[in-house]
Design a protein around this ligand. Structure first.
Ligand SMILES: [Zn+2]
Length: 159
């Protein structure tokens, strides 16, 4: 005969054990718990508590799912560059020049307006300067930089 564990008052994850229940589940002791989130009357088999299988009323699972979703989204980024950039080569109208990765500058001597394409890959910045229009800087600069410096796609189904 193994010694009966008294889990009353013990905490497992977010669950606090309130009391032992009179009923058994397949001969196992059930415990009435309450969850940190406010849910009460959660009945858990003792072994699930002590082994850490059940650590909340289910709300923690939801939190985990949200966390996983976020990680999945993060994994879709390659070195800080969102992957859809690989697919559609449409300029993004979300920067000051109207093109993603294109910025304005003025030449040192003549103060002429020029455009510079840039990209950050693995914390390193790459530039291509001297474009007269933002569009040119995007198509001949930014896209070239993407080709050169972004990790290559595995599949080339679109080619
Ligand atoms: Zn909960």
């Amino acid at each position: 005969m193994s010694k009966k564990l008294d889990l009353t008052g013990k905490k497992f994850g977010k669950l606090t054990v309130i009391r032992e229940l009179p009923e058994r589940k397949k001969g196992r002791i059930m415990w009435r718990c309450k969850c940190d989130c406010g849910n009460e009357n959660i009945d858990v088999v003792g072994i699930y508590l002590t082994t850490g299988q059940t650590q909340s009323c289910g709300c923690m699972k939801k939190e985990l799912e949200i966390k996983n979703l976020r990680e999945e989204y993060e994994n879709k980024r390659v070195d800080g560059v969102v992957k859809p950039l690989f697919k559609d080569k449409e300029p993004r109208k979300d920067s000051s020049t109207g093109f993603r990765g294109v910025s304005k500058y003025r030449t040192r001597k003549s103060k002429e307006l020029r455009y510079r394409a840039w990209i950050t890959v693995k914390g390193k910045q790459y530039y291509k300067s001297g474009f007269k229009t933002a569009e040119e800087a995007y198509y001949n600069g930014r896209l070239k930089l993407e080709e050169l410096h972004l990790p290559k796609k595995e599949d080339h189904t679109d080619e």
